[in-house]
Design a protein around this ligand. Structure first.
Ligand SMILES: C[S@@+](CC[C@H](N)C(=O)[O-])C[C@H]1O[C@@H](n2cnc3c(N)ncnc32)[C@H](O)[C@@H]1O
Length: 271
């Protein structure tokens, strides 16, 4: 998905609230990737599109002080805040960098990871090839993308559809088309990038909200903020009311409001 204003813009604006509204989301998603990549002490790791460090922190803890964990992100505010948050880990470097052209020599890393990033990039196949070249022979590359979405969550997104420009329509990047639509599509991208031992792991992740307003706050705190921004300012109060009403109808008899998402981990090994 090519973002109309460029992803750095929206992510710069949400950096301060990103993953900080009390809904564990990016960390549990990244945890699956970190687990599958099985980083060991002393390894050199690159986390592309590191955001607020959901993957970078556990990767850095896994490499330990004898390793190296580099995070790059296009959004300067993300980089600033994550560098501050991880300042206690000497093995970590966080820098502004473009996922399409990471400025590292070939074979610089034992592991390259990118959690919820690849679908923002206009040429994922080419970019994946670039990432694969950064991995040493026998090293691992892993990405996280979205699998099937909870129909109830989709009903929230659908409220915004009339306002969204075409480039945002597939923005949940559930990928109803293209390589992000299936395990096989992602695996084909990996194989095309020259990776071997390509495999997929899926997990179900649930976002749990205190109430309807908490759901609204969550949707405004990350990339979905672009959906709110697409609504004309004089219609936002009405949209807010519609989301709150819908959230009430999605709340179960015990008062629990939780929406699920299948997460797809695609993994490969550099030849
Ligand atoms: C959905 S967030 C995921 C962040 C983090 N990996 C996580 O799991 O929480 C996507 C991130 O990719 C970054 N991003 C988007 N396009 C990028 C690009 N071309 N180069 C580097 N980072 C990019 C955004 O700034 C944002 O921080």
């Amino acid at each position: 998905m090519a973002h109309p204003e460029g992803p750095a813009g929206i992510f710069d604006r949400v950096a301060d609230t990103y993953d900080a509204v009390g809904v564990p989301w990016f960390e549990p998603i990244a945890a699956g990737l970190v687990e599958e990549l099985a980083v060991g002490p002393g390894e050199h790791v690159l986390d592309i599109g590191c955001g607020r460090g959901a993957a970078l922190r556990p990767l850095a803890l896994a490499t330990g002080p004898g390793g190296r964990a580099v995070g790059i992100d296009l959004a300067p505010r993300m980089v600033e805040l994550t560098a501050r948050d991880l300042a206690d880990l000497p093995q970590v470097t966080v820098a502004v960098g473009d996922a399409r052209e990471p400025e590292f020599p070939p074979g610089s890393f034992d592991v390259v990871s990118a959690s919820l990033v690849l679908f923002f990039l206009p040429e994922p196949a080419t970019t994946l090839g670039t990432w694969a070249s950064l991995v040493v022979p026998g090293g691992r590359l892993g990405t996280t993308t979205f699998g099937a979405q909870d129909e109830r969550w989709r009903s929230v997104d659908e409220l915004f559809f009339p306002y969204l420009p075409p480039a945002l329509l597939d923005a949940r990047t559930s990928g109803r088309g293209g390589p992000f639509a299936s395990d096989a599509g992602m695996e084909a991208l990996f194989v095309g990038a020259g990776l071997t031992e390509v495999r997929t792991v899926t997990r179900d992740v649930e976002a749990v909200f205190r109430d309807a307003e908490h759901l609204v706050a969550f949707t405004r705190s990350h990339g979905q903020r672009a959906m709110w921004d697409a609504v004309p300012p004089d219609e936002r109060d009405a949209m807010h009311a519609r989301v709150v009403d819908l959230a009430a109808s999605l709340t179960d008899d015990t008062g629990r409001l939780a929406l699920g998402q299948q997460v797809r981990y695609t993994l490969g090994v550099a030849p």
